[in-house]
Design a protein around this ligand. Structure first.
Ligand SMILES: Cc1ncc(COP(=O)(O)O)c(C=O)c1O
Length: 424
C-alpha cells in the first residue's frame, strides 16, 4: 500500500475499506494482483450495472479504437455521438413515450446536476431549489448545496445557498404527509420559502440509505410541482439505467419529469459520461453557454449505444433484474429473521437494496467481515448504517447465493458478538 499512502491524497476513501490492490475484473468479480477473487457488491457505486469488462461492450470499444475512431472531439458531431443519440431515442425514449432533448455535460454525475439546476434557474428566473433530507446529488458547489450529507457539506468552504430542504417521503414515518407539509409552506406567502425554480429528487435515495419513495408520493410530488410551477428534476444517476428493474426508476409511476439526470451506468462500461434529459421547451441554452471540455465522451457513446442495443432491445434484461432483486431480497429477509427480526430490516427497491443495522459501527463491522471472506460491499445512510447491495445487474444466481452466504456469516458473527457484549 506504500505507493498509495505516500503519493495519493488523503481524500481517497473506498480503498480504506478494501485495502488490497485490484488488477483485473470480469462480470461481477474483482481480482487482486495476488489472484484473490471478490464478488463485487459495490460495482463502482452503481456504475457497473452491466458488470466489469462486458465482452460485447469491450469488443465494440476495441473495434472503435482499432479503426482510429474519434476519442475526443469537444462537442463536435461524431459518428459515435450520432449512433448514441439515435439508439437512445429508438430503444429508451420512444418505447416509453418520452420526448426529451439530450444535453451532454461534463463527465461525472455532479456535472449533470449542476447543468440541470443552472438551467432550471435560468428558465424560471428564480434562485431557490427544493431538495430533500438525505438526498445526495454530488460534491461540486451547486450540487452540494442540494445534498444533505453533513460530511460532504462540511468541506464546501463557502456558504451553500439557494436550496430549501424538505422532508423526503416517510422522513417522519408513515403518518406524516410530507407533500401536504410542502404544499402548506409553498402556499403561505409568509412561510419564508422563496418560490423555487425546481425540485430535485431521487426516487430511491442511494447514498442517503436506500429510502424508496412510493409511487403515490412521487405522483403527488409531480402534482405539487405543477401546482406551484416548479420544475421537476429526477436525479436518476444512481437509481437509473435498470437498477430498480426498469430503465428509469420512476418509469412505472406514470410521471413526466421536466429534466432527468443520468450518469454512472450510462456508459455501461464504467467510462465517465453524464447527460441531462430536458423537456424540449426547456432547452433555452445559448450555444456554449454551459460549457466543458469533456462534454460527451466518444468512447462512452460507443459502449453506451452497444449496452442499450444489447440489454434494452426487449424486456428480458429488465425481467431478470426484477427476478434477481427478489432473490437478493429473499436472502436478506432470511438474514434479518435469523439475526435481528427486531433490530434489522430490508430497505430499497429492485437491485438497490440493503439491510438497515442498528448503527454505523455494526454495519461497518459486517462489511469488514464480508470483505475478509471475499465480498466487496459498502454502507450508506445518514449514519452509514445500511449494508448496501449494489451488485452488477448481470450477476449470476450462483454469485448472489454465494454473496448471501458470506453476508449471512458476517451478520452471524457481528450480531452474536453484540449480543454477547450486551449480556456481559
Ligand atoms: C443520485 C446521485 N446524484 C449525483 C451523484 C454524483 O455523481 P458523481 O459522483 O459522479 O459526481 C451521485 C453519486 O453517488 C448520486 O448517487
Amino acid at each position: 500500500m506504500k505507493t498509495f499512502e505516500l503519493h495519493e491524497s488523503g481524500v481517497r476513501s473506498y480503498c480504506r475499506s478494501f485495502p488490497v490492490v485490484f488488477k483485473q475484473a470480469r462480470g461481477a468479480e474483482l481480482i487482486t494482483r495476488e489472484g484473490k477473487h471478490y464478488i463485487d457488491f459495490l460495482a463502482g457505486a452503481g456504475t457497473l450495472n452491466y458488470g466489469h469488462n462486458h465482452p460485447v461492450l469491450k469488443q465494440a470499444l476495441l473495434d472503435y479504437i482499432e479503426a482510429d475512431g474519434i476519442t475526443h472531439g469537444l462537442d463536435m458531431y461524431s459518428e459515435a455521438k450520432e449512433t448514441f443519440l439515435s439508439t437512445f431515442d429508438r430503444l429508451i425514449l420512444k418505447p416509453r413515450n418520452m420526448d426529451y432533448i439530450m444535453q451532454f455535460t461534463g463527465p461525472t454525475g455532479t456535472n449533470a446536476v449542476e447543468a440541470a439546476l443552472k438551467l432550471a434557474r435560468k428558465v424560471t428566473g428564480r434562485n431557490n431549489v427544493i431538495s430533500f433530507t438525505n438526498g445526495f446529488h454530488g460534491c461540486s458547489i451547486g450540487a452540494l448545496a442540494a445534498t444533505g450529507n453533513k460530511h460532504h457539506r462540511g468541506a464546501a468552504g463557502v456558504p451553500l445557498t439557494d436550496v430549501s430542504r424538505m422532508p423526503y417521503a416517510n422522513y417522519f414515518g408513515d403518518k406524516v404527509n410530507t407533500i401536504a407539509m410542502m404544499d402548506k409552506l409553498l402556499t403561505d406567502p409568509s412561510s419564508g420559502i422563496d418560490k423555487p425554480a425546481a425540485v430535485i429528487v431521487e426516487v430511491v435515495q442511494g447514498e442517503g440509505g436506500l429510502n424508496a419513495a412510493s409511487a403515490e408520493w412521487v405522483r403527488k410530488l409531480e402534482k405539487l410541482c405543477r401546482k406551484h410551477e416548479m420544475l421537476l428534476i429526477v436525479d436518476d444517476i444512481q437509481a437509473g439505467c435498470g437498477r430498480t428493474g426498469t430503465f428509469f426508476s420512476f418509469e412505472e409511476m406514470g410521471i413526466k419529469p421536466d429534466m432527468i439526470t443520468l450518469s454512472k451506468s450510462l456508459s455501461g462500461y464504467g467510462l465517465p459520461f453524464a447527460m441531462v434529459l430536458l423537456r424540449k421547451e426547456l432547452d433555452q441554452w445559448k450555444p456554449g453557454e454551459h460549457n466543458g471540455t469533456f462534454r460527451g465522451n466518444n468512447h462512452a457513446f460507443v459502449t453506451a449505444a452497444a449496452a442499450i442495443e444489447h440489454f434494452w432491445k426487449d424486456n428480458a434484461f429488465a425481467d431478470s433484474v426484477k427476478a434477481k432483486g427478489k432473490r437478493i431480497a429473499d436472502g436478506m429477509n432470511k438474514i434479518v429473521r435469523r439475526y435481528g427480526p427486531d433490530s434489522l430490516f430490508v430497505k430499497g427497491r429492485g437491485m438497490m437494496i440493503g439491510i438497515s443495522c442498528p448503527d454505523g459501527d455494526t454495519a461497518a463491522a459486517i462489511c469488514r467481515h464480508a470483505f475478509e471472506n471475499g465480498l466487496v460491499i459498502e454502507t450508506s445512510g445518514a449514519h452509514s448504517e445500511v449494508v448496501k447491495c449494489l451488485c452488477p445487474l448481470i450477476i449470476s444466481e450462483e454469485q448472489i447465493d454465494k454473496a448471501m452466504s458470506i453476508l449471512d456469516k458476517a451478520f452471524a458473527a457481528v450480531m452474536s458478538d453484540q449480543a454477547a457484549t450486551q449480556v456481559s
